[in-house]
Structure formats: structure tokens, C-alpha cells
Design a protein around this ligand. Structure first.
Ligand SMILES: [Zn+2]
Ligand SMILES: [Zn+2]
Length: 340
């Protein structure tokens, strides 16, 4: 089968790879209908994460179940399924508490490499959520978004306690930040401030429900948020970047007693203890338990109540994956959808 392999920073190739096989009786094999490139795939692509050996890449997927292991009971061949980037049993105490990304039996999906024609999904019963029926083609991008960026954004908005009467600020204008705006709106936030200096991203943020745009970043961005909130800061802040600057921007934009949902994968972030001590903010985040939200998100998408698929502004055949990485690296595209 064809699949993407990262060889080194800046070097992603589509190659012939061995077809995945059922390894454990709880596995399923899916044939991917669509996959995509994640902002977090850019960390190794840009050389911030080391690439020690050629590795399959990609962790966001939707597809049709092709084969199941002997112990899989709820997932059936022929179903269209969505799953998250962490395989989870959905039964252990952490899963039952809503933290499937911390499942005691969790397995990362990334090493399987979702940017491919076929993929092995461990713990299929716990990991995969089927749609009610075969979805219309125009819904595919939205279901694919649920696999990571929408689920991650939803977790960030919930962790930030976005809701009625709240002012929510969103740091980061990638797909997760933009869908953080959508999630905050769905959760009933009164005012949503998107922090972005890119016109097409501002436009999508406004379409998703942003009420204000702040172009400044760092301390100037913080000052703008304070200006919009009587000097207090936002009640809720979504952090969707993962750098020192974005994390401090989030903490300093939050009012005392406010909540920060941080989901940008932290890279060399060091929090100053004393400033944190006196800030009185709540910090909650991490790799998102997307699985917690999937049943609800699948229903919202199936009923066409939300349209998260609009974050995909470039669609390419799988063979052109390398061009997809370039487009995202150069910020020519917000998010790239790949069709195997
Ligand atoms: Zn991702
Ligand atoms: Zn579990």
C-alpha cells in the first residue's frame, strides 16, 4: 500500500509500505477515506522534534472498517468510523472519568502512520465511533476534523470553562484555535476574542462565532484583551500553540479565578512559579481525550449543526503529501486534507 514516511526534517515521501495486519485480537484494519496533516506533524518536519529513522507519520483518520480481530464485538466491517489519535479501551477508570488519552492501556496511533491507504487501529471497540450510516461526501472533512482538531479544541474550551456569560480569548489561529472559537460558541460563550493577524483565518474565526479580533501578540496582545475586559482579562482562555510566548500570553490574558485550557503541545515551556502563584488562574490541558467528545461531535456533524470541515482549505491526493507539508509549513494552507 502507499503511505507517507518522514525521513528527516523537510523530507516526507509517499512510498510503498507493508499492509497493516491484525496483531492483537482487539485490532481493526480500516481503509482510509481521508486523512490529513496536523500542526503537530510540523514539529518533526521543521526539525524541532528529532527524526531518528524513517518513520510512518500521521494520526488523524476516518475510514471504512475492512477487517476486525476475533475479540472485537461492537465494530463491524463496512462501518464508517472516526477515532482519535490515542487508542483507548474506554473501560478503565481513567477512561470512565473522561480521560481516554490517559487510558491505562493507551497506545499512540502515530506510529501506525495515518497518512496512508490502510491503518491498524488497536483497541477498536474502545477507540472507534461509527457514524449512523455511510456519510455524504461533503461531511467527510468535518468527521475527519473530529478525529483530532475539533475534539482537541472542544476539550480546550471545556477545560477553559467556556460557557454562557463568559468572555473567551483564543491564542493561536491554526485549525485548533479556529475550532476553539466554534466550540466556545457552541458552549454558549457570550464574547469570543480570536487572536490572529491573518485575514483568511480572521474571516473563518468570525464565521465560527468570534465577536472580536485582536491582531497583537505577546504583551501587546495581553494589553488588548485587558482593554476589552475592563482591565480584568478573559474568564476563559484557549491556548492552542505550545510555545513559551503563547503560554504566557494565555496566563496573562486570564482574569483571577479564570480558566485556561491548553492543548498546544508544549515545546520548551517553563512556567514562572511566582507569577503563576499570584495569578490565581486555573490551568488544565494536555493531549486531549478526544474520545470523550466523539459521540456528541459525530451527532452534531451528522445533523449538520456544525461545519468544522471548513478548516481544510487545501485538498490533495495522498501522493502529493509532500506538497501538503510545504503548504502548511509556509502557512499557505490552514489544514491539508489528503485523499488516499
Ligand atoms: Zn493532530
Ligand atoms: Zn482506558
Amino acid at each position: 500500500m502507499r503511505g507517507a514516511v518522514i525521513h528527516a526534517a523537510g523530507d516526507v515521501r509517499v512510498e510503498n509500505r507493508p499492509e497493516p495486519k491484525i496483531v492483537a485480537p482487539t485490532d481493526a484494519i480500516i481503509r482510509l477515506t481521508a486523512t490529513c496533516i496536523c500542526g503537530s506533524d510540523l514539529w518533526p518536519y521543521r526539525g524541532f522534534d528529532p527524526v531518528d529513522e524513517p518513520s510512518p507519520i500521521g494520526h488523524e483518520y476516518v475510514g471504512i472498517v475492512e477487517e476486525i480481530g476475533d475479540e472485537v464485538t461492537t465494530i463491524k466491517p463496512g462501518q464508517f468510523v472516526v477515532g482519535s489519535f490515542t487508542a483507548s479501551d474506554n473501560t478503565c477508570e481513567n477512561c470512565q472519568a473522561g480521560y481516554q488519552s490517559a487510558c491505562v492501556h493507551r497506545e499512540p496511533i502515530g506510529s501506525e502512520g495515518a497518512q496512508a491507504e490502510l491503518m491498524r487501529i488497536p483497541l477498536a471497540d474502545g477507540t472507534l465511533v461509527p457514524t449512523p450510516d455511510m456519510p455524504a461526501d461533503d461531511l467527510i472533512p468535518s468527521f475527519l476534523a473530529a478525529s483530532d482538531v475539533l475534539g482537541t479544541a472542544w476539550f480546550a474550551a471545556v477545560a477553559a470553562e467556556a460557557g454562557p456569560g463568559k468572555t473567551v480569548a483564543v491564542v493561536g489561529d491554526g485549525a485548533v484555535g479556529l475550532l476553539g472559537v466554534l466550540a466556545a460558541k457552541q458552549l454558549g460563550a457570550e464574547r469570543i476574542v480570536a487572536m490572529s493577524r491573518h485575514r483568511p483565518r480572521q474571516a473563518l474565526a468570525l464565521e465560527y462565532g468570534a465577536t472580536d479580533i485582536v491582531e497583537e501578540r505577546g504583551d501587546e496582545g495581553v494589553a488588548k484583551i485587558k482593554e476589552l475586559t475592563n482591565g480584568l482579562g478573559a474568564h476563559s482562555v484557549i491556548e492552542a500553540v505550545g510555545t513559551q510566548e503563547s503560554m504566557m500570553q494565555a496566563i496573562r490574558s486570564t482574569r483571577p479565578g479564570g480558566h485556561i485550557g491548553y492543548v498546544g503541545v508544549a515545546h520548551d515551556v517553563e512556567l514562572p512559579g511566582e507569577e503563576l502563584f499570584f495569578s490565581h488562574v486555573h490551568l488544565h490541558g494536555g493531549n486531549a481525550p478526544v474520545r470523550r467528545f466523539l459521540p456528541e461531535l459525530v451527532e452534531l456533524i451528522w445533523n449538520r449543526q456544525i461545519d468544522p470541515g471548513k478548516v481544510f482549505d487545501l485538498e490533495l491526493p495522498l501522493e502529493q503529501t509532500a506538497e501538503g507539508y510545504r503548504a502548511m509549513d509556509e502557512r499557505r494552507a490552514i489544514k491539508v486534507l489528503l485523499r488516499p
